[in-house]
Design a protein around this ligand. Sequence first.
Ligand code: SIN
Ligand code: MN
Length: 246
Amino acid sequence: MNKIWVPKEQCDVANSLEETGQVLRPGMVLLKNYIPISEQVNIVKKCRELGLGPSGFYRPGYKDGAKLRLFMMCLGLDWDPQTRAYAQIRPHDNVVPPDIPSHFSSVVARSLEDSHRLIKKVMDVTDADDMLPKMSPDLCIVNFYTTNGRLGLHQDRDETDDSLRKGLPVVSMSIGDSAEFLYGNQRDVEKADSLMLESGDVLIFGAESRHIFHGVTNIFPRTAPHGLLEKTGLLPGRLNLTFRKY
Ligand code: SIN
Ligand code: MN
């Protein structure tokens, strides 16, 4: 396994895009320490408010009855891990997912614009859209992993044919404790690359990376930023939000 772990200290001191951002492979961009703590706090508070509401967090299961090792809620559209289908209504309790809050979408828009600037700079291309198409999300899957949470290698391939064919990117935000994130061309942990995703990181995968296998192997306890914990009382664990276009 190839570990691509970018030390956080490096990112705290040098905040320019070239230093915080990396193009990991065509269509796959990592923006380290990208979301300011104040915005992370707002996201946690909103997720808590929505997560404790009627269409909030639940522990989903697969078709075979096994439970996922995380808690989930959806915004914009519901995604059902049992059928892998999207719908306006969550089938097990008939609730309607709330809209994506506009301050979440703003972070998505900004991170895609910055990724385009980065791609133009480091890859020397004029049209960054070819390497990473623009995307305006209409759904978000919010996962909360406790410190023994994890998610096996999988592809995100339940969006529409049009969305997948265009390679519209998934934008993933991590908040709270750090996680080891694996990604690769096959469902094979041994052949996967490994990344540390820390609080405030944004990972984007679209275009030719849209179908990468990815998953979470470990959550590292007590790694969340103190400032975030002080202002939110976030429980031990990790919040991950993946924004997509259906
Ligand atoms: C996902 O693949 O749906 C979530 C990935 C993550 O938690 O980083
Ligand atoms: Mn996924």
